[in-house]
Design a protein around this ligand. Structure first.
Ligand SMILES: Nc1ncnc2c1ncn2[C@@H]1O[C@H](COP(=O)(O)OP(=O)(O)OP(=O)(O)O)[C@@H](O)[C@H]1O
Ligand SMILES: [Mg+2]
Length: 661
């Protein structure tokens, strides 16, 4: 990145003329709250940003610093877009830059950067349901669902529905069997539409479906052409290019969705490739509060975008974000920017907010509304600890491009991108129907017939009353419901079971006692709670078809799996028991927004722990957590030793999951 000053492509008149121009600003050292200023050696860097007023000191950033994100905060007209254009000039052509543009601000850079590709949103083609190459489809479902729900203000219940629907779609399209055909937003919408016509849906589910469908309707209506593809433009090739994505005129929610999606795509794609280290790409975006919102109105926990801003730097992507109303920006965005530059602000709340973020003194904060256009205060998170004033260069744009000119200039480039058209749901289902008679691989997941040890228990025609005529003290129907409930929800402790069945403690206890006395249930204490386990006889009484877990401690193992699953589902993640990944069964697989975690329940300190861990990592999970009892914790810790870094393999006790009510 080293180059001589003035070698960038803009006419950086400010760097030549600034000292004279700047004399009007903060030259009274006696009263200047930022004095003394840094020396040149404190703040030099190849990506030149501006000059210290009244001096020849150039403030420049290092590529590693841009990689740790920058924020420009300033009122409308304070010079943010100009500063971004100038920074682009400093990076061009070495570091590819993307612009997320809501105001057609960056297309005018085309005369200076002839290789710039400008996508007006109508000309873009993208399929949000196609994961970046190499990404686990299950992981992408989570990321997509988070982007969708957070952008459209949907709650976690809708997220579960969306995850379920897309899983079904992926199943239908054969994605899990490795086929390279994906559903699009249109099929997602159609599936919701079909679901909404089902009879007898519970009212709450109908509500989630309607709310989600309203949003997909907006997507397929307003972004009809954009989403009309299975495979859109090759984003992976565009990563190395300078690209403007224009989203002006789209409704707010759609803008947010598109930005969330594009950032998530870049992040996931790069993370998968482990492209770590140096600065690979810079993404600029104005009006950052559209994405980094202060108060998200969903119950989905930390927004995926906030999680991403902390991690995307590891993949070599630097974000340069700007906003006019910084107090509405999320704290994650502000606290994760190495460079913060505040330009002129007039709103009291914004001044307070930026003064706090930059840790300015009262006198320094008072300067924020006295700054003129192009003047700013810089605070770095390292290198030079004190805030200091700068003046930014102006960038004269010679020619402003109209829509027609952009369309004309981009036609050839955009026509050169090919897309794969989508396969509608009907036609994929027709193909599937004709294949159905073959032995499909899905049969692998079908319930296995029970073997001789459990065979006698699967007689579904068994009559409960005949088998348990010794039940005398409670109603047989209630006893049967109690047993069925335990079969369905083995992870609930007794209190939860009573509550879920709507029984008082007295009544619940009475049923439980009778069933235990008659050998249909067994009580088991785990942690502070008592759990109920169906005995062989209990299973036979209700004709249970769920194969019995065999072997020492199997019920306990299963219970722990259920506990872990419910815990993470409660946090809004998807969790799967005995999830098969490329032939490796994982006790509980939890899809978190930025990583896939395998939870392995270990109730014995045996040799197979190490094999289990290495096989989990080999099938691509990001982290393995061994969950065990407090008795075994130390022994298992010793066995694993320092074989893996703590952020790859860790150990927890089951108590974390048992103690919740
Ligand atoms: N560094 C500068 N020195 C002198 N004038 C400047 C400078 N930066 C911007 N200006 C002037 O101020 C005008 C507005 O700048 P710019 O569009 O960058 O503001 P902005 O902060 O992006 O505004 P908005 O929030 O409305 O998008 C420019 O057209 C230019 O004339
Ligand atoms: Mg602007």
């Amino acid at each position: 990145m080293s180059r001589k000053r003035g070698e960038n492509f803009f006419d950086d008149e400010i760097l030549k003329h600034l000292p004279d121009e700047y004399k009007k600003f903060l030259t009274d050292f006696e009263t200047d709250p930022f004095y003394p200023y840094p020396f040149q050696e404190d703040i030099h860097g190849p990506i030149q940003i501006g000059l210290i007023p009244g001096t020849q000191t150039v403030f420049g950033l290092l590529p590693t610093e841009i990689n740790q994100h920058a924020l420009y905060a300033g009122r409308s007209g304070s010079g943010k877009t100009t500063a971004n254009r100038h920074t682009f000039g400093e990076l061009y052509p070495r570091i590819p830059c993307w612009f997320i543009d809501f105001k057609k601000d960056y297309r005018h850079l085309l005369p200076y950067a002839p290789d710039l590709i400008i996508f007006r949103w109508r000309s873009l083609r993208i399929n949000p349901l196609r994961p970046p190459q190499g990404t686990d489809p299950l992981k992408w479902i989570q990321i997509f669902a988070d982007c969708f729900c957070q952008s459209f203000g949907l709650m976690s219940a809708s997220k579960s529905l969306i995850v379920e629907i897309i899983e079904e779609l992926y199943e239908t399209y054969g994605v899990f069997d490795g086929r390279d055909i994906y559903p699009s937003m249109f099929e997602f919408h159609e599936k919701l539409e079909r679901r909404s016509h089902r009879k007898g849906l519970p009212w709450d589910e109908r509500g989630y479906i309607t709310r989600s469908k309203n949003k997909t309707t907006v997507c397929v209506k307003l972004l009809k052409d954009t989403f009309d593809c299975d495979k859109g433009f090759p984003l992976e090739d565009l990563l190395a290019k300078n690209v403007v994505f224009e989203f002006d005129g789209l409704m707010d929610e759609l803008q947010t969705f598109m930005v969330n999606l594009i950032l998530s795509w870049v992040f996931t794609y790069r993370l998968e490739r482990e492209e770590r280290g140096s600065l690979q790409q810079v993404i600029f975006f104005d009006e950052a509060r559209k994405v980094f919102k202060k108060n998200y109105k969903t119950d989905l926990g930390t927004p995926i975008i906030d999680l991403m801003v902390t991690q995307i730097r590891e993949t070599g992507v630097g974000l340069v974000i700007s906003d006019q109303i910084p107090h509405q920006l999320s704290d994650a965005a502000k606290s994760n920017c190495f460079t913060i530059i505040t330009l002129s602000l007039s709103n009291g709340k914004d001044i307070e907010d930026m003064a706090r973020t930059m840790r300015l003194t009262r006198e320094q904060a008072d300067m924020l509304n006295k700054l003129e256009v192009g003047q700013g205060i810089v605070k770095l998170a390292g290198r030079y600890p004190e805030p200091f004033p700068i003046v930014l260069p102006n960038v004269h744009i010679e020619a402003y491009l109209s829509d027609a000119e952009v369309d004309r200039k981009m036609k050839q480039t955009i026509d050169g991108f090919s897309i794969v058209p989508r396969t509608p749901l009907d036609s994929i289902q027709r193909t599937q129907h004709s294949e159905k008679h073959d032995s499909s691989p899905k049969q692998r997941h079908m319930k296995q017939p029970s073997d001789s040890t459990t065979g006698s228990t699967t007689d579904s025609s068994s009559d409960f009353i005949v088998k348990v005529n010794e039940i005398k003290r409670v109603k047989k129907k209630l006893a049967r419901n109690f047993l069925i409930h335990i079969e369905k929800h083995p992870h609930m402790n007794v209190t939860e079971t009573y509550r879920s069945l709507g029984l008082s403690a007295y009544k619940g206890n009475k049923v439980q006692k009778e069933l235990v006395e008659n050998g249909l249930l067994e009580e088991k204490r785990m942690g502070k709670s008592i759990y109920l386990i169906l005995t062989e006889k209990g299973r036979a009484a209700i004709g249970s078809e769920i194969p019995k877990e065999r072997g020492r401690g199997k019920e306990e193992h299963r219970l722990y799996q259920e506990k872990i699953k419910t815990h993470y589902e409660g946090l809004g993640y998807s969790a799967y028991i005995e999830k098969d990944r490329y032939g490796k069964a994982i006790d509980v697989l939890v899809m978190k927004p930025t990583m896939t975690v395998a939870y392995e329940v270990e109730l014995h300190n045996t040799n197979h722990i190490m094999g289990n861990i290495s096989r989990d990592l080999a099938v691509g999970v990001d982290r393995v957590v061994i969950v065990t009892t407090s008795n075994l914790l130390e022994k298992i810790q010793k066995r694993i030793g320092a074989a893996y870094p703590a952020n790859t393999v860790s150990i927890e006790t089951i108590d974390t999951y048992l103690e919740e009510a």
